[in-house]
Design a protein around this ligand. Structure first.
Ligand code: ATP
Ligand code: MG
Length: 192
């Protein structure tokens, strides 16, 4: 029985990823101990499946496609920055995502239909993880630099699909591979 590490995400346009990565390079100057997400890996996570048996992938894909088919394409804006869980001991550095109701509907449908079940009371916080803080080194400086991007706009785009990814963890960070796509209702004409 083979298992894969899988998650469902929304891809970002290249121009948006470039803008975010360029801020990441600037923030790296703070000297903080952060593992920055590689430009090509930047994404918005809708649902983390964890390790699943490979033969569960088809049924998971069907569930995701049933959910996305119920929604029309919607616009999303990325702006501002923040840290999780809080400024005192940041673990994750992120870019904020404007929250159209469709995004919450999609995450809600996936969270309800796919394992593992979401812990009760947990709220979906739409965000793009851009870095993971490894130690307390220079974090105050990092957070201060990050604050200057409170009002930065990273772009606006139309979400047309969700993507089912496999993630292989490695020494030099994860490698994500597309396993399936799940279009939003009417997103692609038959000609596409
Ligand atoms: P690394 O773990 O090496 O830092 P990564 O986090 O990018 O790399 P994965 O751990 O495979 O790669 O995670 C894939 C996606 O799922 C990421 O968006 C990650 O934030 C999210 N994720 C990972 N683990 C969880 C979890 N336990 N709960 C919710 N989301 C998770
Ligand atoms: Mg991880």
């Amino acid at each position: 029985m083979s298992t894969i590490r899988a998650f469902i995400a929304i891809d970002l346009p290249e121009a948006v990823r470039k803008r975010i990565a360029s801020m990441g390079r600037e923030l790296a100057q703070s000297g903080a101990d952060v593992r920055w997400v590689r430009e090509q890996n930047l994404h918005l996570t809708l649902k983390f499946l964890g390790n699943i048996e490979e033969d569960r992938l088809d049924s998971a894909t069907r569930i995701v496609r049933d959910a996305t088919a119920r929604l029309r394409p919607f616009d999303m804006q990325l702006h501002g920055t923040g840290v999780l869980p809080g400024r005192k001991r940041p673990r994750v550095v992120y870019v904020g995502a404007g929250a159209p109701v469709e995004l919450f509907q999609l995450a809600g449908m996936l969270g309800g239909a796919l394992d593992p079940p979401e812990p009760p009371g947990r709220r979906f916080l739409p965000h793009i993880t851009i870095g993971r803080v490894r130690s307390g080194k220079a974090v105050e400086r990092l957070v201060k630099e990050l604050d200057r991007h409170d009002d930065t706009h990273f772009g606006e785009f139309t979400v047309k699909e969700a993507v089912i990814y496999e993630s292989v963890l490695g020494r030099n960070g994860p490698t994500y591979t597309v396993r399936a796509n799940a279009p939003l209702g009417g997103a692609f004409s038959p000609k596409d």
